[in-house]
Write a protein that binds this ligand. Structure first.
Ligand SMILES: CC(C)(COP(=O)(O)OP(=O)(O)OC[C@H]1O[C@@H](n2cnc3c(N)ncnc32)[C@H](O)[C@@H]1OP(=O)(O)O)[C@@H](O)C(=O)NCCC(=O)NCCS
Length: 178
């Protein structure tokens, strides 16, 4: 077997569906649900899916493409659905979709979408291999390919930012030496 030691797993094996009622303590000054509250729940649902897939502690390394399509109101029930879209050697991309339901009218509104990357870690906090993701349906295969491209772009961006920081630090050191 591959170095992951574990057999590949399906998307459905780690899917997380989390529902919670939005109460007044979740409101921003406008009276709608605070964006930070939604972000925290998105990260929790995504992290749980990553842990279910890897059966390992997993830490967040990137959150991007989080959209806020419609406001969420106090009294709504929000449902977060988190699914793995991609696995690398130690990293996992998770897509989290959020819907808000008005329990009085039954109207359901799509409110948020986010993509997050988690890394499985061992007891020393070092990245550890994860089971491969089995993308079974054409939709899952398409999602996997798109996620692979996003992950490559994140790596390029990360390298560019690292190079910029190093260059900036070298310039500052040079100025101090003058
Ligand atoms: C997660 C962590 C251990 C990874 O360490 P590292 O030195 O970057 O390890 P590596 O370079 O081997 O990268 C590990 C994986 O993460 C991916 N990765 C690292 N930084 C990333 C980023 N910014 N975006 C996307 N993926 C990233 C790498 O591509 C690699 O994936 P692969 O194994 O599937 O190819 C380290 O970055 C860390 O501890 N970060 C803090 C995490 C944290 O505290 N999160 C908030 C609380 S949960």
């Amino acid at each position: 077997m591959a170095e992951t030691e574990h057999p590949p797993k399906r998307v459905a094996d780690s899917r997380v569906v989390l529902s919670t009622l939005m109460n007044p303590e979740h409101a921003n000054p406008l009276g709608n649900v605070h964006g930070g509250v939604v972000m925290r729940l998105v990260d929790e649902a995504g992290g749980l899916a990553a842990m279910r897939h890897s059966r390992s502690p997993a830490v967040t390394v990137a959150i991007d493409s989080m959209t806020f399509e419609e406001p969420i109101y106090v009294g709504n029930v929000i449902t977060l659905t988190a699914e793995l879209t991609y696995t690398g050697r130690t990293s996992m991309e998770v897509r989290v979709r959020v819907e808000a339901e008005d329990p009085l009218s039954g109207i359901i509104t799509f409110t948020n979408m986010a993509y997050l990357v988690y890394v499985a870690i061992d007891r020393q906090g070092r990245p550890r291999p994860v089971p491969a993701l089995l993308a079974e349906t054409p939709e899952e295969q398409l999602m996997f390919e798109q996620a692979r491209e996003r992950q490559q772009e994140r790596k390029r961006r990360h390298e560019r930012e690292q190079a910029f920081r190093e260059q900036h630090a070298a310039t500052e050191r040079g100025q101090q030496d003058e």
